[in-house]
Design a protein around this ligand. Structure first.
Ligand code: PRP
Length: 217
């Protein structure tokens, strides 16, 4: 039997996803050894293997079929724009993509002024301002601690993830506009969806009933 390969975005999301896979009977003991430097973890009995990758690389592995299934945030899926099927909302890692800044930026935003937007998500920001708001802005790509940008005068606003809102509050910033809601998603390679349809559909169905059972918990 060919291995079914599952790519997980490293970090908190991978741990949550593994809890879910275990709950539906797809466990991987090899993965529990935190000291291990192994990159790929196999369950020989089930013919399934998992690997951890940087979130941004998960859609790439799935598009090219190096992974049949991927678990990754919607932010990454939108930003990467890869060809794949997004089959399920896992309902975890819920947060929002927002335009944020100081109160003083609100008016400039509303008047469609040519402002600077700092973000780790240039494609999402471009789509939002150019295709949805028809507003010309200058987008500046950063790699982290995005909230710094308006504080030190690099940009007027940022497009970034807001979860609890505490990073914004502690830095005198606020949500000015909401771009979209986010959460963890299951994605599937388009060819695997046909060639491995039976196994993949079985996993999707089990996940769906697990999510239904645990709804509201
Ligand atoms: C994310 C995001 C915000 C923060 C939002 O950053 O970019 O900075 O979390 O969370 P909050 O609303 O609960 O405060 P992350 O910690 O992933 O690091 P980064 O700044 O390097 O992107």
């Amino acid at each position: 039997m060919r291995y079914l390969t599952i790519a997980l975005a490293k970090g908190r999301l991978a741990n949550k996803a593994m809890e879910m896979f275990e709950a539906i009977g797809i466990s991987c003991d090899e993965m529990k050894d935190k000291a291990s430097r192994k990159l790929i973890f196999v369950n020989e009995d089930l013919g399934v293997r998992f690997f951890l990758a940087k979130a941004n690389d998960v859609p790439t592995y799935v598009e090219y079929g190096a992974a049949d299934i991927g678990i990754v945030g919607r932010d990454t899926i939108l930003e990467e724009g890869r060809k794949l099927y997004e089959v399920m909302d896992l309902g975890v890692g819920k947060c929002r993509m927002c335009v944020c800044g100081p109160e003083s930026a609100r008016e400039r935003l509303e008047h469609h002024e040519l402002i600077r937007v700092a973000t780790k998500y240039p494609n999402i920001a471009k789509d939002y301002f150019y295709n949805q708001k028809y507003q010309t802005v200058e987008i500046i790509k950063l790699n982290g601690s995005i909230e710094l940008a308006p504080i030190v005068g690099l940009s007027e606003v940022i497009v970034d993830i807001v979860e609890t809102g505490s990073t914004l509050r502690e830095n005198g910033l606020m949500v000015l506009e909401e771009v979209c809601g986010l959460s963890a998603r299951m994605v599937v390679n388009q060819v695997s969806m046909k060639t491995e349809n039976e196994r993949i559909t079985a996993i999707i169905k089990k996940f769906q009933s697990y999510l239904k059972k645990n709804a509201g918990k």
